[in-house]
Design a protein around this ligand. Sequence first.
Ligand SMILES: Cc1cc2nc3c(=O)[nH]c(=O)nc-3n(C[C@H](O)[C@H](O)[C@H](O)COP(=O)(O)O)c2cc1C
Length: 182
Amino acid sequence: MRILTISGSLRAASTNTLLLEAIAELAPSSVTVIRSGSLDSLPHFSPERDVDPAPEAVTDLRTQLREADAVIICTPEYIHSMPGVLKNMLDWVASSGEFVHKPVGVLSAGPSDMGGSRAHTALSHTMEVLMAQQPEQASLIVPFVRQRMDADGRVTDPVLKQALQTVLSTLIDTVGKQTAQV
Ligand SMILES: Cc1cc2nc3c(=O)[nH]c(=O)nc-3n(C[C@H](O)[C@H](O)[C@H](O)COP(=O)(O)O)c2cc1C
């Protein structure tokens, strides 16, 4: 089983990227976790650029998404929504449809008590429009994220660790059920 992780943050020390790394460490050996390329490599979306062949970074992204059994996106909140780089990525796959029926874990994290909840709402809504499958237990908002990690960015809070484990297990179960139906 392949799970693709996508961080909505370009920051080298991103807490959102660190949460995805924590999930990757929890993955059993039957799961291969693939980190997406940086969203920075994608050109700005325009329908006029969405032609065949698509730009190489877009083709790579679409291939990674197609090959993934499930996807986990973890995003910070910028001005009460998801960062532009993340929305740009989602714009690129609107026409190609890689998210249709794909099980997706939607996560947000932030330093305040809000945990990026408005970005979470925006992302979840966009994923709904893209017809992704969003299992409830694979959806997570992480408030006070910096206080729940040590100085090296490792998750220290057992409650958060358990919540990340639930996200992962839920996606694995969802993919398992989908596969059994085919
Ligand atoms: C331009 C900008 C806008 C931001 N807007 C919000 C916001 O609306 N709400 C919020 O809770 N945090 C906001 N933040 C704080 C970030 O969400 C926060 O620093 C987050 O931890 C960054 O995620 P990262 O560590 O994964 O890079 C903003 C930060 C920047 C740089």
